[in-house]
Ligand binder design. Structure first.
Ligand SMILES: Nc1ncnc2c1ncn2[C@@H]1O[C@H](COP(=O)(O)OP(=O)(O)O)[C@@H](O)[C@H]1O
Ligand SMILES: [Mg+2]
Length: 238
């Protein structure tokens, strides 16, 4: 299943300061969006609004934001929207426990669960440290655990907030692979970053928060005027 989000007249104000006002935005099915802008323009705030974590000062989201976050779709355990914080919260436990946590709503035998988690960890090159405590991991490894924990839930939309800040090349490459896989399954991605990199290169659209609103960058216009074939769109989520 894919979902689409339509937001109208969304604005955010902190006391007297208007952070942004966005007349309209749409996240389409199987979208890949690079959200850029200088520090402090409101990228994180916008992602939190779009994922239902915080309410905008004005504006409306369709579907309503409260129904987006943490909504599980049946037995599959898939989430509709996952917002991945820049410094993801990992709980006190092993790498395995952190990733397996996402599968707790699924009816899986212990063996099936173990196989799924190890398989997922293999994709990010962490299967050999599955039983290590999270505290011994490097920053890049922790970030990979956080991304794989989101990936295993097969979200319809994954929002990654500055995922590549201070990451080593291997971690970026691994996260790129997981992101490609999500796109191939029909999911959508939004990636914030203040500079372009291998992850933002996956995106077919650019949103730019500038002068208190959201604009399409010139690159987006160029991309739009050429026919874009999504190389990952061969299979769809069911
Ligand atoms: N809860 C809040 N109360 C007051 N100001 C906030 C709050 N959350 C964010 N801000 C302010 O809004 C601005 C945008 O923050 P943020 O969305 O984190 O920007 P970005 O992710 O683009 O760097 C910052 O100046 C920040 O201090
Ligand atoms: Mg931010």
């Amino acid at each position: 299943m894919t979902i689409k989000i339509n937001a109208k007249q969304v604005s955010m104000r902190f006391r007297d300061r208007v952070l942004f006002h966005i007349p309209e935005l749409v996240i389409g099915p199987n979208d890949a969006i690079y959200l850029k802008g200088d520090n402090g323009v409101g990228k994180t705030t916008l992602l939190k609004i779009l994922s239902g974590l915080i309410k905008p000062t004005t504006g409306k989201l369709i579907p309503p934001s409260r129904s987006l976050l943490s909504r599980f779709t049946g037995q599959s355990g898939r989430k509709d929207v996952i917002y991945l914080h820049q410094n993801p919260y990992l709980f006190d436990g092993t790498v395995y426990q952190n990733v397996a946590y996402g599968l707790k709503f699924q009816k899986l035998s212990p063996q099936e669960k173990r196989a799924q988690v190890i398989n997922a960890l293999r994709l990010v090159g962490l299967e050999t440290i599955a039983d290590e405590h999270i505290s011994v991991l490097s920053g890049g490894e922790k970030q990979r655990v956080a991304v794989v924990r989101a990936w295993i839930l097969k979200p319809s939309i994954l929002m990654m907030d500055e995922p590549s800040a201070s990451l080593d090349q291997e971690s970026i490459d691994r996260i790129v692979e997981l992101s490609k896989d999500l796109l191939a399954r029909g999911s959508s991605l939004i990636i914030t970053s203040h500079q372009s990199n291998a992850l933002t290169a996956l995106c077919k659209k650019q949103w730019w928060i500038k002068e208190n609103t959201l604009i399409e960058s010139p690159l987006l216009q160029i991309v739009k005027s050429t026919t874009y074939e999504n190389p990952y769109a061969s299979t769809k989520l069911n």
